[in-house]
Design a protein around this ligand. Structure first.
Ligand SMILES: Cc1cc2nc3c(=O)[nH]c(=O)nc-3n(C[C@H](O)[C@H](O)[C@H](O)COP(=O)(O)OP(=O)(O)OC[C@H]3O[C@@H](n4cnc5c(N)ncnc54)[C@H](O)[C@@H]3O)c2cc1C
Ligand code: FES
Length: 282
């Protein structure tokens, strides 16, 4: 049982939760994640990145977007409530070292898992520039955290409601040409990662992406998270979640992600209504 120590709403659908988890807090490294299961009914297990950890306090921080059934249920939890199962830290840590010039690109909720990597890359002595994008101003998260950590932060929104009106690929292309980074780290929706990785490819820049596939057991047994990397089958839970962005078979990954779309949309609709009723009552 893991107790929720604090809860904050970062935007309409994004929440930050600090959860008691001493052993995970002591062991985790940037890039790693946990698998969470709510209720004791062997229900859905979902992966969430460990956005931060406090080994002294024995807590980890999760930042999640309420997109479907489990994340909506989690969003309704309050301080003092307990989560049945937290498994982690899982996955390989990010290859953090001194590259020289690093550009970190975050899209939507991808900004949350990107944050510990930005911190790690800075600590390793890199110059770090961040490009963060959101559909609109209200969906932008962690701008202050990023500004306090990175050397430069470029904010873009799809609709121009804040920062520059552009997709992340636009400033990324400019930085590839003018700043010439040694490494680019991209985390966001799969379609964004695909096009951002295609942007860095002609420049031959080492590009790391963090894949957000469906996961079930998180141990390499179920095959749910399988992807094709450089023509070979890999499992995101044990071989990743980070891979060379130029080696990922994006079209195959996007196809597999679409498999349960109609069921997820149904669950999203149901839970979304529940969350907003609760919000109205509060
Ligand atoms: C390694 C990893 C780290 C992640 N870190 C974060 C994070 O820090 N914050 C965050 O908000 N999200 C993160 N995600 C995505 C998160 O796991 C999904 O949003 C969550 O599983 C959705 O569950 P749901 O039941 O609420 O929604 P569903 O109704 O099941 O699905 C809604 C959307 O989530 C995707 N999804 C569904 N089930 C899974 C699953 N088991 N694994 C991955 N994606 C799924 C679907 O493709 C769909 O687009 C991460 C995913 C991975 C693989
Ligand atoms: S989640 Fe089952 S193999 Fe990766």
């Amino acid at each position: 049982m893991n107790t929720i120590l604090s809860k904050q709403r970062l935007s309409a659908e994004v929440f930050r939760m600090e959860i008691e988890a001493k052993e995970i807090a002591e062991a985790r490294k940037p890039g790693q994640f946990i698998i969470l299961q709510m209720g004791g009914d062997f229900g859905e297990r979902i992966p969430l990145t460990i956005a931060d950890a406090d080994p002294v306090k024995g807590s980890i921080t999760l930042i999640f977007q309420a997109v479907g059934e489990t994340t909506h249920r989690l969003a309704l939890f309050e301080v003092g409530d307990t989560i049945e199962n937290l498994l982690g830290p899982l996955g390989k840590p990010t290859d953090i070292k001194k590259y020289g010039k690093v550009v970190c690109v975050g899209g939507g909720i991808g900004v949350a898992p990107l944050f510990p990597i930005v911190q790690g890359m800075k600590r390793a002595g890199n110059e770090v520039k961040v490009i963060m994008g959101a559909r609109n101003k209200d969906l932008l998260i962690m701008e202050e955290d990023m500004k306090a950590t990175a050397d430069e932060v470029i904010v873009v929104t799809d609709d121009g409601s804040y920062g520059r009106k552009a997709l992340v690929t636009e400033p990324l292309k400019e930085l590839c040409e003018q700043y010439k980074p040694d490494c680019v780290v991209i985390i966001g929706p799969p379609i964004m990662m695909k096009f951002a990785a295609l942007t860095t490819k002609p420049y031959g820049i080492h590009t790391i992406v963090s894949l957000n596939t469906i996961m079930i057991d998180g141990t390499g047994m179920c095959g749910g998270c399988r992807v094709t990397i450089g023509g070979k089958t890999k499992f995101v839970c044990v071989d990743g979640p980070e891979f060379d962005g130029h080696q990922v078979d994006w079209d195959n990954m996007l196809l597999r992600l679409g498999t349960y779309k109609s069921k997820e949309q149904e669950a999203h609709h149901r839970c979304h209504i529940g969350m907003h009723i609760k919000e109205g009552e509060a």
